[in-house]
Ligand binder design. Structure first.
Ligand SMILES: [Zn+2]
Length: 158
């Protein structure tokens, strides 16, 4: 028994569950969660939808960044934020787990929201950029979410 990891949602949009924006946890709370988890040797992953938030969480010591995709993206982030993020992740040996399978499953929601980018046009090139920068990449696909099946989604992710 016990806990293998803690996952913190640090997101400005989470349209699968909450169609409207909600306030993220305060920065001091996020930092305290990471610190307390690490005191017991617990891995910390962060559900992230923007490069600036990822920079913040990697700076706090998060072990893993998940997604890095904004399903409700309304404006394109400054590209230099990704350069800074990926270098920081290399320096701190932080893992990136993109979870493209679930995003592709729900890609119609991006299209319906008239987002200016899609996963194929925007996010996959950024994952490639992370890989080329030397960021540690993990494989996860959010299996168990509706229509994201165990097994096939892992193969799709790979
Ligand atoms: Zn997540």
């Amino acid at each position: 028994m016990g806990v293998d990891y803690i996952k913190i949602i640090v997101a400005h949009s989470f349209i699968f569950i909450y169609p409207e924006k909600f306030a993220p946890l305060a920065d001091d709370v996020l930092e305290a969660i990471v610190d307390e988890a690490h005191k017991s040797g617990t891995w910390v992953m962060a559900h992230i939808d923007s490069a600036p938030d990822a920079i913040k969480m990697v700076g706090y010591g998060a072990d893993e960044i998940n997604h890095l995709i904004d399903m409700g993206l309304v404006e394109i982030p400054d590209e230099s934020a990704y350069d800074e993020l990926f270098q920081l992740m290399v320096d701190k040996e932080t893992w990136l787990v993109p979870t493209m399978a679930i995003v592709r499953t729900y890609n119609h929601l991006i299209v319906e929201r008239n987002a200016p980018v899609t996963i194929d046009e925007y996010f996959i090139p950024h994952y490639k950029k992370a890989y080329e920068a030397g960021v540690r990449m993990g494989c996860g696909c959010d299996s168990g979410a509706p229509a994201v099946l165990w097994g096939p989604s892992l193969h799709a992710e790979l």
